[in-house]
Design a protein around this ligand. Structure first.
Ligand code: GTB
Length: 217
């Protein structure tokens, strides 16, 4: 049975693939799964039909038979656990890959997300410059540590895993900030992720949705 995910009918990122359905699409593509997409407007996110799928009224969600999931990390883990390609078979290597998934979402994503949010919500506030400095210092601290750990390796722990998939989607949100370029090995790491055929398929699919909304269908 094909899973169905939800995504924005018109993503505010203008088709850059920065919304969190992108990581789910990418995981589905990496594992060779066909899927359906149900598009949602912002207002539809708070309607009962969507709240029944997602208690916080967000995208993405994932439906497969009688299973409904929300939280992009949980959805990627579910896909990775049920299909080959995103988690190693060896139990310890698998645990380490899952550790990187949590690292991406719990340690690296929060300051990256907060910076994006501050740029939207706090730009006119008197504390904006100071807040941005604090957030960018936090991000640089994480990038420095991640860059040191990655070193010259291709991926974070051996072969490409769901940990890399999530980390690359998080780091992509720094494009255009100049911060990613300060750690050239991380910029190359993101480029390697984006060069994967599965990433490209996922990216093109979300871009097609955005373009279709922009041209009126
Ligand atoms: N922790 C949840 C998860 O990982 O699934 C967070 C989900 C989430 O934040 N969803 C956002 C959403 O539905 C879309 S992805 N927001 C609507 C709401 O909360 O009312 C976040 C996002 C939005 C826009 C951009 N952008 O324009 O670049 C990037 C990311």
């Amino acid at each position: 049975m094909k899973p169905t995910i939800t995504a924005f009918e018109r993503s505010p990122d203008g088709g850059k693939g920065l919304a969190r359905d992108m990581r789910v699409r990418w995981a589905l593509e990496e594992t060779g799964q066909d899927y359906e997409v149900r598009l949602r407007s912002f207002s539809a996110l708070n309607e009962p039909a969507h709240l029944a799928l997602h208690p916080f009224g967000q995208i993405p969600t994932y439906e497969e038979g009688d299973l409904t999931l929300f939280e992009s990390g949980a959805i990627v883990l579910h896909i990775a656990e049920r299909h080959q390609g995103l988690l190693p078979v060896d139990a310890n290597a698998r645990a380490r890959a899952i550790t990187w998934m949590f690292g991406a979402l719990n340690t690296v994503e929060p300051p990256v997300f907060d910076r994006d949010l501050a740029m939207i919500l706090e730009r006119e506030e008197p504390w904006y410059e100071q807040r941005m400095r604090v957030l960018e210092d936090s991000i640089r601290k994480r990038l420095g540590a991640l860059s040191t750990r990655l070193g010259d390796a291709e991926w974070l722990d051996g072969r490409f895993s769901a940990g890399d998939l999530l980390m690359v989607t998080v780091l992509r949100r720094l494009k255009g900030s100049g911060m990613l370029e300060e750690t050239p090995n991380l910029a190359a790491y993101v480029a390697r992720g984006e060069a994967r055929p599965a990433f490209k398929r996922a990216f093109d699919a979300q871009l097609a949705v955005f373009k279709s909304a922009s041209t009126g269908g």
